[in-house]
Structures are given as C-alpha cells and as structure tokens.
Ligand binder design. Sequence first.
Ligand SMILES: [Zn+2]
Length: 169
Amino acid sequence: MRLSDYDYLALAFEEANQAFEEGTYPIGAVIVDDDGNIVSKGRNRVFTESDCTAHAEVDAIRKAGHKLLDIPNKRFVKNNLTLYTTCEPCPMCTCTILLSGIKRVVWAADDDEYGGIRKFKEGPHFINLFDTITYTASPYDDLENKQRDLLARWNIGRGILNTEWEKPK
Ligand SMILES: [Zn+2]
C-alpha cells in the first residue's frame, strides 16, 4: 500500500533524527518503489564515518543498487523509484540522483544555498565554486585513447555498440 508523501518524509526524518543522535548532519532519505514499498533508507554519515561523500541520498542510493542495476546484464534498470529526503539534495547528490535513473524526488526543506536540483534546472550555477578549481582536460592523446578503448571494450562486452568511445580521437 502506498502511503502519502508526508508519511514517507516522516520515515526519512527517523533517519535524520538518528543521524543527529550520532553527531552528524541531521538529514535522512528513503527510496520507495512504485507500489509504495521501502527499497532503502539512508542517513548522513559524513562525521560518523569520516567521509565527505556520505550524504543521506547517496547512502540510500548505494543501498538501492539491487533495484537500480541489472548486474548479470551490466545495465541500469528503468525504474519508477521516488527518493524522499529531508533536505533539498546538494549538487553531489543531485548528480548522483540524475545518474542513478531515479526520476522523482521529494524533499521536506528547501536549501537555498547548497540545494542543487532547482539551481541546476534553472541554468549555470555554482560558478563561484567552479571558480575555485582548475582542470586539465585530456592533455595526452595516448592516455585519452587508452581510456576510450577501455570504455569501448567494456561497452562492446555488454552488447552496447556504436558509442562515442569507439572512435579514437
Ligand atoms: Zn548531498
């Protein structure tokens, strides 16, 4: 039976409260399938596990791998999962959600400073953060082709042909 969005957010808050008790960011998340079943629960573990990437949404997505990935065929599964989180996902979690294939997100509180979903959807944002890093993009042809070749072989091996990786630059 499918509960209301409010009830699933309440379950996410149980995780947030637990994170608070443990001494880290009080943010929790749950992932729910089409029928309303809980697929996974996650909570922030940044300070409890000394891991900058251990946000609640990422924690829940890691535990939902069995619903997101078709391991024997090495594919992502089309899914109708909903991720409920107590706070608007940050840029890292926003991108993790995009790459997981999860299509619906419900959050309890907007995060106007670090929330990523609304800002990414509006257009270029976080320029101030990008201004603090430099990057060197593919400076060596041999190394670029080595990586492209690895990805091409990986794709061909799982039956995905004609990807951009197959052409050496
Ligand atoms: Zn995050």
